[in-house]
Structures are given as C-alpha cells and as structure tokens.
Design a protein around this ligand. Structure first.
Ligand SMILES: Cc1cc2nc3c(=O)[nH]c(=O)nc-3n(C[C@H](O)[C@H](O)[C@H](O)COP(=O)(O)OP(=O)(O)OC[C@H]3O[C@@H](n4cnc5c(N)ncnc54)[C@H](O)[C@@H]3O)c2cc1C
Length: 474
C-alpha cells in the first residue's frame, strides 16, 4: 500500500495505540457536531506533545498528504471534518492537555492546545482569576480550536473575542517546523505580529500547540436578569443605557426570540420560561459583573430596569435572586443550539451587523421571510451586544432545506447591504467557503490566498476549508 510507509512513520511518532485506522475508532472524528458533514481519512493520530505534532506534520509534508487539525470537534461550519476522498490524516490535539504555566503576577496562563476551555477557566479560577472566554460548548471545545476559529461567546462585549485574549502562541508549521511564539507580552512591536495570522485561520496555516492567555480579575459580584423587551430596537436602546450607567460592567447581552424560547422549553429538559405570564416577541439575558457587593449591584440594576420599564423599553424583568436562578437563566440561553439540533432542519446564519443597523435588519428581513416562506419559524438568538445573531429559519417540511441557497441569498444580501458579515463567529469552514466571493472583495481574497501560499505552498493544511477556489463563487 502506498500509505503504509507513512502510517509506519506516524505510528513511530505518536505510538501505535494513538494511530487509529479502524472504522469504529475513527468514526467520531469524521463527522461534525451537527452531523451535517461526513468525511473519510487515511488515519487519525493523537499526538501528546508539540514535538509529536511536529513529527506528524513533517511526515505528512514529505508524503504530500493533507492534514486536518481537530480540537473538541464542536465547530459549526465543518472546519474540522476531513473531505470525502479519504486522503487526509486527522490530527487530534485532545492529548495536548497540560496547563504549562500560570503566572499570576503577569496575569497569564499558558495552556496546551487540547485543554478544554472549561479546564482553562477552572485553572484560572483556582488562582483567583478569570479567563473571560465563555461559550456553551466550553466543556468540549479546546483552546486550540477557540484560537483557530477566533471564538466569540457570551463575554465578547466586555473582554473581546479569543484574539483579544491571546498574548502568544506556539505553532507547528505545515512542513513540521516548530515556532515558539509563547511571549507573555502586552506590548511587542518588534515586527509583524505573526500570531494573528494563525488566530482565526481555521487550521489552514499550521497547528497551534499552545498559547499564552490573558487573565483578568475574578468578579466578586454578578447581577443577572431575564428581560422581556417590546422589540429589538428597544433592546438596542436599553443596552446603550445600561452601558452608560454601568461602564465596563456589562459582561453579556444576549437576545432570544420568543420562538427560540418556546423551542428550547419544548426540547431541552430542565428549561422553563422565567416570566411565563408576560408576552413579547423578544427576550434579553443580561449579566453585569464587578468587584463590589452583589446586593448593591443587583439593586442598581433593578433601579435602571424600573426606569426602562417606565420609558417603555421593557415589558417585564426578573433579576436572579440566587446562583441557581442565575444558572437556570443561562441554561435556557445556552440550550438554544441543542434545542435546534434536536428539532431537526433549519437554515442557519451566523451574522454580524453594526448595532445601529440590527433592529432594521431584523424587522425588514423577518417580515420578508415570513411572507416568502409561509409556515416558517424564525429561531433567532445570539450575542446582541456584539451585533452578532444566529438568525435561523426552520420549517416543518424537510424539503424546505432544498431552498437553502435562496434563503441564504436573501438573508446575506440584507446583511451585506447594511455593512454586515455573513460569518460572524463560527467562521467559514466548508459551510460558507463558496459564498465568500460574493461578500469579500477580490483584493481581500487575493491577500488571503497570498498568505496561504506563503505559509502552506503545497496546500496541505486543512484543504477545502475557508479559501474559495480561485475563480469560484456562490
Ligand atoms: C452548543 C455550542 C455552542 C457554541 N457557541 C459558540 C459561541 O458562543 N461562540 C463561538 O464562537 N462558537 C461557538 N460554538 C462553536 C465552537 O464551539 C467554536 O468554534 C470552538 O471554538 C471550536 O473549538 P473546538 O476545539 O471544538 O474546535 P474544532 O471544532 O475541533 O475545530 C474548529 C476549527 O479549528 C481548527 N482547529 C482545531 N484545533 C486546532 C489547532 N490546535 N490548531 C489549528 N487549528 C485547529 C479545525 O481544523 C477547524 O477548522 C458553539 C458550538 C456548540 C456546539
């Protein structure tokens, strides 16, 4: 077999037990979280150190065999799933799971790429610090995957996305060279900031093996509220008011449509509507945090909410009175993707818009979609504070999915007309690759391809993801 010498080299690099080739062993690595993409692979390898990753990439490079990096496999755009041709080697980073260093004085933690986000947050908390990246998949997703996708989540509003939380990285380049860029510096203008090339590159330029992450103070007080608002416009106005009144203290500002809430309550055990007697089409989950007294923070929030109610920006509000109630509010919000998955078919969009344009987008586009697709249901939720919505359309008829391209075009042209993005936080992967040319300029695409060519001239890193084929289009 042509591939046998390569398999022997891979086994030598990672140990025979960490080279998987049997179908039963490789199956979990060959499909994505939603079960939407299925691929095939020559093998799955599970290295345990950066040195082993380097040996694997060197071997693949010399054999001209493509490589697909995989972390927790929670990505939502098919980026970690290999193609169907079975030529690639999947490199799982799950065993690179050591916290290498925690420097409290410098406010940094150095984690290997396969550490789950939850493990990193727990290690920071044990040292009295917060690693402020938080998303519903944090028990499974990994730091390497978070950086490769420049993940967002529910605290971007205050702390920025993964890119803003990373001070240095270690990367294995496509030819197997190891670059140690693990600097814990907040200032470093000694040339190009190379780590930024790999962050958000979706595993197409190299494999991230470790990162220096920025920690912040662990808040002593949180105030969390579940709000019924009359409209998206009111929700945006209310955010502006809260940010004025609580500067640098609004951690999260999440939007949930009534249809999403109803779906989540129906599909996910343990979910119930905190304000069952009130009605409105939109709900906001807000969380404030600071280093002061929890009761005072809750009272201050309550008083601003009372004014908002009087001014018509609010329909009703419940401020969490206990940690268990706070967790119940978050459980509801974070169960929305799971509820959608259980419910079946929907046409999804992960979009970003300027906050000033988002209410108009939702109002105009939702009315248009309701008119064009009778019987459809808008499952919209997301990080309103960041201008980022998961704007999904579901329909009881599975044939509705056949109209995906048409629905995408309607939504994306409305997004694009308002200066928005068609891939806000989940990335491009396989899902949006062919649509990119319609929404990024020729010059931007040419620059992206030049970077790819410079770092991966043989095109072996995660092929078929992110970069549209030259001359191709939606
Ligand atoms: C329930 C749920 C909720 C989610 N919520 C959010 C959210 O709020 N915000 C958000 O941004 N995303 C969210 N996601 C998407 C997903 O969790 C993120 O994209 C996450 O960052 C992926 O991490 P992962 O380790 O699972 O990566 P994977 O899915 O394994 O890989 C994702 C991409 O990164 C590449 N990659 C993985 N590891 C490496 C590495 N070490 N080096 C180089 N490339 C690598 C892969 O090749 C692939 O292209 C959610 C997903 C689920 C299932």
């Amino acid at each position: 077999l042509v591939s046998q010498p390569l398999l022997d080299r891979l086994a030598a690099a990672v140990g025979v037990g960490q080279l998987l080739t049997a179908a039963a062993d490789t199956a979990p690595y060959l499909t994505d979280w939603r079960g939407r993409y299925r691929g095939a692979a020559l093998a799955v390898v599970r290295p345990a150190s950066a040195g082993e990753v380097a040996a694997v990439l060197r071997a693949c490079h010399e054999a001209a065999v493509p490589v697909v990096p995989q972390g927790g496999n929670t990505g939502l755009v098919g980026g970690a799933t290999p193609g169907a041709d079975g030529r690639a080697v999947v490199v799982s980073l799950a065993r690179l799971s050591r916290i290498r260093d925690l420097d409290v004085a410098n406010g940094t933690l150095t984690a290997e790429a396969g550490c789950t986000l939850a493990a990193v947050r727990a290690a920071a908390a044990a040292a009295g610090r917060l690693f402020p990246l938080s998303l519903a998949a944090e028990g499974s997703c990994t730091i390497g995957g978070n950086l490769a996708t420049n993940a967002g989540g529910v605290q971007v509003l205050r702390y920025g996305n993964a890119r803003a939380l990373c001070l240095g990285i270690e990367v294995v380049l496509p030819d197997g060279r190891l670059w140690n860029g693990l600097r814990g510096l907040r200032k470093d203008n000694s040339g190009l900031d190379l780590k930024q090339l790999f962050i958000g590159a979706e595993g197409t330029l190299g494999i991230i093996t470790a990162a220096v992450l920025r920690l912040v103070a662990l808040p002593s007080a949180r105030a969390t509220a579940w709000l019924r608002v009359p409209s998206v416009a009111a929700a945006v106005d209310l955010l502006g008011r809260l940010q004025q009144r609580f500067p640098e203290r609004v951690d999260s500002y999440e939007l949930i449509s009534q249809a999403t809430l109803a779906l989540t309550v129906a599909q996910v055990p343990g979910c119930s509507d905190p304000l069952p007697a009130s009605t409105s089409d939109w709900i906001v989950l807000i969380e404030l945090a600071d280093g002061g007294d929890e009761r005072q923070l809750a009272e201050a929030l309550q008083s601003v909410l009372a004014e908002a109610l009087a001014d018509g920006l609010l329909v009703d509000a419940a401020v969490a009175a206990s940690e268990s109630q706070r967790r119940a509010f978050w459980h509801l919000r974070e169960s929305a993707p799971e509820a959608e998955k259980r419910a079946g078919f929907s046409i999804k969009h992960d979009i970003a818009l300027p906050l000033s344009a988002i209410a108009d987008f939702v109002e105009v586009t939702s009315a248009q979609l309701a008119r064009e697709y009778p019987g459809s249901r808008l499952v919209c939720f997301g990080h309103l504070g960041d201008g980022n919505l998961h704007y999904n359309l579901s329909h009881p008829d599975p044939d509705f999915l056949d109209r995906q391209d048409e629905v995408n075009r309607r939504v994306f042209s409305a997004v694009s007309a308002r200066g928005g993005s068609i891939a806000a936080e989940h990335g491009v992967g396989q899902l949006r690759r062919l649509q990119l040319p319609a929404y990024r300029s020729e010059t931007e695409l040419a620059l992206m391809r030049s970077v790819k060519q410079a770092l991966d001239p043989r095109g072996l890193m995660n092929p078929g993801k992110l970069y549209p084929p030259a001359g191709g289009g939606a």
